[in-house]
Design a protein around this ligand. Sequence first.
Ligand code: GLC
Length: 631
Amino acid sequence: MASTSAQSAFNARLFEKRFKRSETDLFGMLERLYGARDDYGAFCAALKDELAAAWDARPDDLKWCDLERDLEPDWFQRPDMAGYVFYLDRFAGDLKGAASKIDYLQDLGITYVHFMPCLKPRPGDSDGGYSVMDYRAINPAYGTMKDFERTTKAYHEAGISVCVDMVLNHTAKEHAWAQKARAGDPKYQDYYLVFDDDTLPKRYEETLVEVFPNHAPGNFTYYQDMGKWVWTTFNEHQWDLNWANPWVFLEMTQIMLHLANKGVDILRFDAVAFMWKRMGTRCQSEPEVHMLLHALRAASRIVCPSAIHLEEAIVGPAEMLPYLGRGEHDGREGNLAYHNSLMVQYWSALAARDTGLMRHVLGTHFPPILTNATYATYIRCHDDIGWAVTDEDAGAVGLDGRLHRAFLSDFYEGVFPGSFSKGALFQHNPDTGDKRISGSFASLAGLERALEANDPAAVDTAIDRIVMGHALIASFGGVPLIYMGDEIALLNDYGYKDSPDHAHDSRWVHRPRMDWSRVSALAASPKSPAARVYAETKHILARRRATPELHGGMPTIIADTEAPELFAFIRKSPAASVVCIYNFSEHWTTIGRAWAEEAGAQRFWDQLSGQPVFSDGGQIKLPPYARLWLA
Ligand code: GLC
C-alpha cells in the first residue's frame, strides 16, 4: 500500500463492500426478531458501530486471510481438512504445551484443531469449561490471551486452523452480567430469563425435556437471595441467556468478533438448539434460533469472513439439518454442524451387524449436497452418545424404536449378552426410559474387554472396528474430527470417580489425559494396538487428501447393497466416482462386481489400501469390518 491514508481508504471501501454484501441477511433477520421494539433503531445503530469498530481492530494478517478465503471459499470442504479435538490441559498441559505438539499433529495429518472450552470458566465444576464467566479471558490454567494468540499463530503457520467454543445459550452464574442480575439490576435481569414466581416455569416445564435429569433435574432454579426463579436448562450454574433481548445479541456479537480478531478460524457455537424459548414447546430448534444464527453468520461475514461457524445441535436428523441452512437460510447459516446421526448410526449398525436403519436414516433425511456447508463427521467426542433414533425411522425398517434404543444402551454399557463393549451409563431417565452412554472409542469398540481377556483375535477385531470408523468419517463428506487419544486407542479412564468435580459426570470416563509415553513407544512397538491404530488413521487421512472425490462439496449418495451388513455410498465428482463400502460385521462377506460397476466403480482398485480388490468370479470378497474406497 502506498501510504497509510491510501490504506485506510482501501480498508474503508472493503468494509463498505462487505457490509453491503451481508446487510440484508443481517438486518432482514434482526428486523423480524426485534423490529417491533421501541429501541430497535438504537440497537441497529449500536450494532453498526460495533461492526465498524471490530473491522478497524482486525489485524492485517487476518484481513489477508479473509481475502484468501473469499477467493477459495471451499477451503474447509477440501479433502485435506482433518480435525483433532482436545482439552488443552489433558493434551498438553496448557497453550504453550499445545504449541509444542504441532509436529505430532502434522505427522498425523491434522489441519484443524479444536481447543475444547478454553475461555475463563467458573471455579470448581464448570461442565468441562462450558460454564463461562469471562468470554474475553483465557482459562488462567491454560495461559493468557497473549499465549492464545501466540499458539494460534504457530498453528496457522503450520497450516492448521483453530476452533474455539463460544457458548451461546448460557453463561456461568459467576459471569459479570449474572452477578449484576443477581444483585437486582433490572437491565441485566433482562439478559437472562428471570421469573418472580414459579407460575410460568411450571407451565414451561410441562413440555420441556431434561438434559441432565440425574445430576441437574429441572430447567429452573430458585435463588433465595434474589427471591426469583432463573432458567437453567443445563446445570444450576449455567444461566440461560435471553436472546429475545437485542442487547444480548449485541453483546454476543461483540464477543464473537473479538474472538475472531484473536485468530479463531472456526467458532463452535455451543448448545444452539436451546437459544429461543416458546411456551408449549420443547424450546429447542425454534424458527427464531435459525434467524439468530443466520444474523450472526451475516455479522461475521462482514467483519471476519474467514471465520466459519460450527453449530452444535445434537438433535434428531430432521431437526439437525436446518443448522446447515434450509429454505431462506440455505447457504447462510452454519458452515459446519455435527453429523450426530452418522455417529449414532455407526454405533447402531456395529451393535446390530445390520445397516438397514443407517441406510434409511442417512438416505432419507439428508440431501446429497449442501450449500456453503459441510458436516463435522465424528465417531466420538467429549459428550455422551444419546440414541437419537426416532420411532418413525425405527418403524420404517421394522424395528421398535424404544426397544432398539434400549438394546443400544445395554449393548454399549456392556450388559447385553455377547456385547464386546465397555461403557458407562449417563443420565438414565426413568420417565422416558432414555439411557445415554459414555465411553472411549476403543473401549466401546471392544478393545478394553479384548485386552482384559488377553484375546489377540478379539484385539484385532476391535482395532478393525476403530479403523473402519475413522475411514467412514474420512470418506462420508465433511470434516472428520478425531477425538484426542482415539488415534492411539486410549481406553476408558476410570480415575474421574476420584475427582469431586467430575465424579457425578461419567462423560469424564472418555476424557483421559494424553498418553505421551504410548506415543513415544509407537515406533518401537509397531504391533501394539496403539501403533496399529495410529498408523492406519494416519494412512486414512493421507489417502483422503489424495482423493479429490472426497471433497465436502461433492455429493454423497447412499446406495443399497441389499446385504444387511454392508453400508455403501458413492462420492461423485464431475470426473469420477468413489464407491465406499463398509462391512459392519465380523464375518467375511461379498458384493457383486456388477453391483460395484453399476454404482460407478471403473476399476477394481481400492484407493484406501492402494491395492487391487480381492475378488473371486463375479464377487468382491470383503473381510470382517472391511473398508473399501473403490476407484
Ligand atoms: C454442549 C457441550 C456439553 C455441555 C453442554 C452445556 O452440549 O458439548 O459438553 O455439557 O453443551 O454447555
